[in-house]
Design a protein around this ligand. Structure first.
Ligand SMILES: [Zn+2]
Length: 176
């Protein structure tokens, strides 16, 4: 798990997809190169080399704004996020372990592996559906390519792994 939350110069996380949290060594490189301000420290975590000693930062903010990528690439986790971890056939809740990717038009019938043809499905629905197509296997909505900010909004509704409690105040979860 990562140690230090990385904020952009506007005090927002550099990224939510995934959350911009970095290893302490990388955080200390930002400090060393004077590229960040430290907003929060770990109280009882010191690191040192032969020449220096420092507490580990829990939250750093970049001095210069970095432009972030808002391209949404096709991935399992982005499909699940678009579908908010629901099976698009029966509507049940799934999680990272139980969710599967279903080809709405099966590969054997020329279906592609892309946002427009992939639905989140629970294991039982995926197995029952198999290569079938037809009315009873129509997903609850037509799969689509999600927008970046849509995914950020949906990601904020799910829990984050937080290493230091001070992260919560920087995650901007109220603006969901
Ligand atoms: Zn299902």
């Amino acid at each position: 798990m990562s140690d230090t939350l990385l904020l952009n110069a506007d005090a927002q996380p550099v990224s939510y997809l995934p959350l911009s949290a970095i290893q302490w060594k990388e955080a200390i490189m930002y400090m060393y190169h004077n590229k960040c301000n430290v907003l929060e420290w770990y109280d009882d975590w010191m690191v040192h080399s032969a020449h220096w000693e420092t507490r580990v930062p829990a939250v750093i903010m970049l001095k210069d704004f970095v432009r972030t990528k808002t391209m949404v690439r096709f991935s399992k986790s982005n499909v699940y996020l678009r579908d908010q971890y629901h099976c698009l056939y029966c509507g049940c809740d799934v999680n990272r372990k139980t969710a599967t990717l279903d080809h709405v038009v099966p590969i054997s019938r020329g279906g592609k592996t892309n946002f427009e043809n992939i639905a989140t499905a629970c294991g039982p629905c995926n197995t029952r559906k198999g290569n079938k197509v037809g009315l009873e296997w129509r997903p609850r909505y037509k799969p689509y390519r999600p927008g970046y900010w849509e995914l950020v909004r949906k990601r904020k509704q799910l829990p984050f792994e937080v290493k230091h409690p001070s992260w919560y105040q920087w995650l901007d979860l109220a603006s969901v």
